[in-house]
Every structure is written in C-alpha cells, then in structure tokens.
Design a protein around this ligand. Structure first.
Ligand code: TDX
Length: 351
C-alpha cells in the first residue's frame, strides 16, 4: 500500500507527511513543485527513510503524474498542492488559476485514467481534495457558521480558484463515479508555516522588533485550527469518509485578528521577554481589498459521522507554535533569506 501526497513540502502537506509517517508504516510518494512555499527542509526528519519518496513535479504535468501513478500504484491521492496566500492572489491571480484550477484538472485526469484503467474502478481507491472554508464567502457577526451545504460565494482570486477546483472534484465524482472526498478547513496554524500568513508573520516580525501590521480595524474573525488536528481529520476522512461527501474541518476557535495578535504578544512576553511588551509594535494598516469579515466552521458532520473533533485548545496551540518558531530561528532565517532554495539538492529529492 502507498499513498500519493501532492504539496507535501508545503506547510499543511509536510505536517501531514510527517504525521502520517509517524502514525503508519505506509509509504508516501510526495509530489511537490517546490514553489517559494515548498521547502524540502520541512522533510529533513525523513531523510534516509526509504518509505518516503520525494518527487519534484507540478500537478499540472499530467504525463508525469500518469507515470508516477503507474509506477507506484497508490491506493489514495491526497491533494494539498495549491497556491494559498490571499494577498498574493490579489497581486497576481495567474499562478492561482494555473495551479489550483488547471493543476487540479490535470491531477484529476491522471487520477481518473489510473483509477479506471489500471485499478479497474476499484471502489476502495480515494482521491481526497483538501480545500478551504473561504469558498463559502464571508459571514456577518450573527450568521450561522458555514456548513457543508452553505452555497459557494468566493470573494478573492484565491478562494475563487479553490472553489473552481472543488467543483471539478465534485464533477469527477458525479460524472465519472470517481471515489472523491473533499475537506474544507478553517485557518491552520502551527509549525512549518511560511511566514507570510498572519501568525508566523507576526511572530517573526515581533522577534525582529518590527511593526505588527494589522489590517483594517483588526476585528475580522477567523476560526483557528491547529495543523496537527487538521492532519488527524484528514486521516479520519481518508479512512472512513463516504465517497462524494464533503467534510468541514474547524477548530472551534473563533477569534478576532487583534485578539490573536495580543495573545501572541502575551506568549512572546513570557517566552522571549524584550525590554518592552511586544504589543507596543501593533500597527493598524490599510485593509486588504475585499477582506472577508468572518469565517466560522460548523464541524458537526465530521464529529457525528467520523468521530473527529479538534483536540488542541487555541491557547495551547499558540504556545506550541510560538515555542516552535523560537526553537527554529534558523528555519525562519533560511526561509526569509531565500537560502532554503539551495537545499533542493539534498539526496532525497528526485527530479
Ligand atoms: O499581515 C497581516 N495582517 C493581517 O491583519 C496578514 C498576513 C493578515 N492579516 C489578517 C487577514 C485575515 O483576516 O489576518 C487574517 C488571517 O490572514 P491570513 O493568514 O492571510 O489568512 P486568510 O486570508 O484568512 O486565509 C487563510 O485561511 C484560509 C489561508 O491563507 C488560506 O490559504 C486558507 O484557505
């Protein structure tokens, strides 16, 4: 048995691969394009482990995917590969359409051919597509949380591209009968997150003594999910999810951005005290265009049907995360300087 993971050198993907290899003996074929957000150093603990095969490839390269599927014959594909940063999508949507829409299409085509022709439509095969709560749009303060039946209303180029990919995945089930699963999760945080997203950005800026840029009034709300909990949710969906179904994954931790930043400052004051409190660095800046006001996930379906619930409380997860960034200053430095790109030649990378 083998699983093929795409985007397994990115933040959530590499956490998943490390988690998977820790929890099961099953080999992983890890396919990642290694864009700016992919970092093979994330996989360093697996160097020399023959159960992990890393392949640098793009999900839009269908012939390459077809060849990898024929060669390794995985029982499942988990698609983490995506461009994921909303601010980047505002400044350049092209990469988002290319990877998230066109790339998912080619991955689906490769998977369909493999499932139909090589596996003879084996009903135990799974194609699990990892997506986001942003496809549901934005909530008002009193609106009910997003459920699996909430209508799609994506607002950013990023979320529109993920919504398109979700629709393709759905169609490959309804039209061709491929056994697909889709998960829509809330904001992840934890170790190995590229420091462009709110939490790692604020930690690295605070430690550098730089202003902490809070967009708009700081009262936008996100639901925070510890990445380790997300990994266990995906394992549950892969093992027990019903093909064709969608599962929302959330952390039951709605917070305003400004609360998140204050929490981080408090933890940093404790773990890495500076002369003055870190909160003095908080700076309100111009809002993100089209900034969604609130995301909230109703994760009762996955709890009810698959018995999954988040286990890491927000304060605890934040503390673990801050501690990880403090302990891994070299990782942050390498990522910020671009130095990590020279690590591509390590011997477990196959091109
Ligand atoms: O410098 C900042 N200041 C700030 O106030 C940044 C980077 C963000 N923000 C705000 C914007 C959001 O309201 O913090 C919130 C979180 O921002 P991001 O970390 O950029 O995440 P978000 O836009 O909510 O999208 C994230 O969650 C859903 C991920 O980036 C997506 O990939 C995921 O699908």
């Amino acid at each position: 048995m083998t699983v093929l993971i795409t985007g397994g050198a990115g933040f959530i993907g590499s956490n998943f691969v490390l988690d998977w290899m820790g929890a099961s003996g099953e080999p992983v074929i890890n396919v990642d394009k290694l864009t700016y957000a992919g970092n093979v150093a994330n996989l360093a603990p697996l160097a020399g482990d023959a159960r992990h095969v890393f392949v640098q490839a793009d999900i839009a390269d269908q012939p390459r995917l077809e060849q990898l599927l024929a060669e390794h014959r995985p029982r499942a594909i988990v698609n983490f590969a995506a461009e994921s940063h909303v601010d980047r999508s505002i400044h350049g949507a092209g990469d988002f359409v290319q990877t998230n829409v066109v790339g998912t299409f080619h991955l689906l085509q490769a998977a369909l051919g493999y499932w139909r022709d090589t596996l003879g439509r084996d009903s135990s095969f799974r194609f699990l597509h990892v997506s986001t709560d942003e496809v549901y749009g934005s909530l008002g303060p009193d609106d009910a949380a997003f459920s699996e039946t909430t209508a799609y209303a994506p607002n950013s180029p990023y979320s529109a591209s993920k919504a398109a990919s979700d629709h393709l995945v759905r169609a490959w089930h309804h039209t061709y009968g491929m056994p697909v699963l889709t998960t829509n999760c809330s904001n992840n945080y934890g170790p190995l997150q590229f420091p462009e997203k709110l939490i790692p950005l604020m930690i690295s800026k605070a430690l550098a003594g730089e202003p902490l840029p809070v967009y708009g009034d700081g009262k936008n709300v996100r639901d925070w999910l510890y990445v380790g909990d997300h990994c266990s949710a995906i394992r549950a969906v892969l093992a027990r999810g019903t093909p064709g179904e969608v599962y929302n994954v959330g952390g039951n931790s709605e917070r305003q951005n400004i609360e998140v930043v204050h929490t981080l400052c408090r933890i940093l004051d404790e773990l890495a005290p500076a002369r003055e409190p870190y909160s003095r660095l908080i700076t309100y800046v111009t809002d993100r265009p089209g900034h969604d006001r609130r995301y909230a996930i109703d994760a009762r379906k996955i709890a009810r049907e698959l018995g999954w619930e988040p286990s890491v409380a927000f304060e605890d997860g934040m503390r673990r995360t801050v501690q990880w960034y403090l302990d891994n200053a070299d990782w942050v430095k390498a990522v910020q300087s671009g130095e990590y790109r020279q690590w591509l030649d390590v011997n477990y990378v196959r091109r």
